[in-house]
Ligand binder design. Sequence first.
Ligand code: TYD
Ligand code: MG
Length: 455
Amino acid sequence: MAKRDTSFICQSCGAAYHRWQGKCEACGAWNTLAEEVAVTASVPAAQRSGRKGRAVALETLQGTATPAPRMVCGIGELDRVAGGGFVPGSVLLIGGDPGIGKSTLLVQASAALAARGQQVVYVSGEEAVDQVRLRAQRLGLEQAPVGLAAETNAENVIATLSGGPPVHMVVIDSIQTMWSDSVESAPGTVTQVRTSAQLLVRYAKQTGACVILVGHVTKDGQIAGPRVVEHMVDAVFSFEGDGGHQFRILRAQKNRFGPTDEIGVFEMTGRGLSEVANPSELFLSNRDAGAPGTAVFAGMEGTRPVLVEIQALVAPSSLGTPRRAVVGWDPNRLSMVLAVLDARCGVRLGGHDVYLNVAGGLRIGEPAADLAVAAALVSSLTGAPLPADAVYFGEASLTGAVRQVAQAAARLKEAAKLGFARAVLPSGGLDGVDAQVAIQPVASLAELVAAIAAC
Ligand code: TYD
Ligand code: MG
């Protein structure tokens, strides 16, 4: 006998409560609890059927592991983030703000794969068939042999997919619109999203099709509801970018079949997303090289060096607690650099408002940006521009020393390629590196401050 049970489920993280409360204790979100009806069987299904488990044969760790064959769609940036193409039988979740271009990217990927002879189905739960067709026409892809359906019921979707020839890739746009007959909750609730995702994951594992789920993101950057889906899928990608910029960044947050620090860079054009082969050029375009407070950071995004401009503005504050505003970097890391500049170099910014911006909307996660941030801050404070032909990288420690970072050679090579003549970086660790730029080693932030004062 199935028992009807209602509980209050946090729509952000999936935690369940017996009664309503304003705040979810599990994830701290407010007003996210919604009442959902769950059908729980009072006797486990296995017991009801009287079925005993079936023993499986155990394997050893030895033996030849055949690398998973990949489906390459030909959109290089997407293939690289996926780890060299899509893995059959895997499930991928792509999250991003509404309007960022998720549907556009996936229509392009579907068409590209279909053009290579793969069987591709695009299921739209948000748009009608005509709307998807219009987009495909706009992208010039209407000839691609992609199967198209507008459907929101997960069982119907799976029945459709199972009915025809074997499908290689399925796009579900979006998972939040999917609902399953097996649960009574309203469409869009966590229970529905989770159940539909489970069905689709099982479909992927059973048939070897690659399933791509689109997920929407909430204001604070989390994939709404399907946080609970994140651990069920093999890979989670986020598609980022801001409205003011034409370019978009696809970032792997989790990937069972590839690296997680890889990014793909795209530009939104009138004819869809086009790949950006050299992101450094894009991030450094429109650069105001002679202005104080800007430093070029030679960073790494996965296997690829990316040069980007760090902008700092330091101004005397009229507030009791000065403002600290950061876009594109970790605010805690900024506080640390400010504290080290204060304590070890005598650069006092305690009475100043500090604004820090990574130009172009890129988000940097590397501590290697410390040196460039410190240089930009000191330059803004003193009003002296930094040399326009220099790049900076190195990690600051709390003692004020500057530490070496990985892949110095790749960073220097990219700097030389883009016409930079010198690099300010931690001393040592460059044995055997054929640097085509002049190296200006600094052992500590104090040395950096002195060098900026001298130029
Ligand atoms: P869309 O893929 O619908 O976003 P999402 O699925 O993430 O919500 O992208 C919509 C935006 O992209 C919309 O603002 C228009 C823009 N766009 C272009 O600039 N060029 C194009 O060729 C297409 C198809 C969309
Ligand atoms: Mg969409």
